[in-house]
Design a protein around this ligand. Structure first.
Ligand code: PGA
Length: 249
């Protein structure tokens, strides 16, 4: 059984004070909710405070990036060990904003996935095509290439890695993919994992959809057989709307 997983990606938003307030408001909203795993990924600066706020609750903490070395002369970087120390269980890797704005390529992402796994962090590996790639009928090919390169020579336990299918054109645009399109691609990702690993692993790995998910459309995505949850940006910034997504049923 794959436990549904809903992940908040705050991106570069919220002061410490705003983060604390969010945490205090979110806790009671989800206190009696079960059956869905919830992860909040704040910026690095708010990790420690959020870890204290969520301690004793079922809400887990994730980071939005890491560097692949454990320590050393890497000015401005944050190591996997530091994230574990700050209370993280998860880390988002390969997000399209990092691929496009920060120029992260698949070689870099592969190193990061490996480093996360070595530190026993669960990578949430993001893949997805651009609008142009979709219009040129290259969506599957692009996602397949990303998976092949990002997971090259990497083995993981079924619960040890999460994949997020995030079509780039749906991120932050208010134009979500249809649940049919999400199912089609996520089903394809699962069958590709069965090919490069094995069917048992592929059936156990959680694969999320991301891109303009909100309270109104979440139930439709969750109704698809292969969609195990969502990676939520904009709609995760308010505790009420994020809790509404978590309580999709
Ligand atoms: P969005 O972002 O929900 O604002 O579209 C999703 C993401 O980038 O993970």
């Amino acid at each position: 059984m794959r436990t549904p997983l809903i992940v908040a990606n705050w991106k570069m938003n919220k002061s410490l004070k705003d983060a604390e307030q969010y945490g205090q408001e979110l806790l009671p909203l989800l206190a009696d909710h079960s059956g869905v795993e919830v992860v909040v990924c704040p910026p690095f600066t708010s990790l420690t405070v959020m870890s204290r706020i969520f301690a004793g609750s079922k809400i887990k903490l994730g980071a939005q990036n890491l560097f692949w070395e454990m320590k050393g002369a890497y000015t401005g970087e944050i190591s996997p060990a530091m994230l574990v120390d700050a209370g993280c269980t998860y880390v988002i890797l390969g997000h399209s904003e990092r691929r496009q704005i920060m120029g992260e390529n698949d070689t870099i992402i592969n190193r990061k996935v490996r480093a996360a796994l070595d530190a026993e962090l669960i990578p949430i590996l993001c893949v997805g095509e651009t609008l142009q790639e979709r219009e040129n009928n290259r969506a599957r090919e692009v996602v397949k290439e990303q998976l092949t390169r990002d997971l090259k020579n990497i083995t993981f336990a079924p619960q040890g890695l999460v994949i997020a299918y995030e079509p780039v054109w749906a991120i932050g645009t208010g134009v979500n993919a249809s649940s049919d399109d999400a199912q089609e691609m996520i089903g394809f990702i699962r069958s590709y994992l069965a090919k490069i690993y094995d069917r048992e692993l592929a059936n156990s790995v959680r694969i999320l959809y991301g891109g303009s998910v909100n309270e109104e459309n979440i139930a439709e995505f969750m109704g698809e057989v292969d969609v195990d949850g969502a990676l939520v940006g904009g709609a995760s910034l308010q505790p009420n709307s994020f809790a509404g997504i978590v309580r999709f049923k």
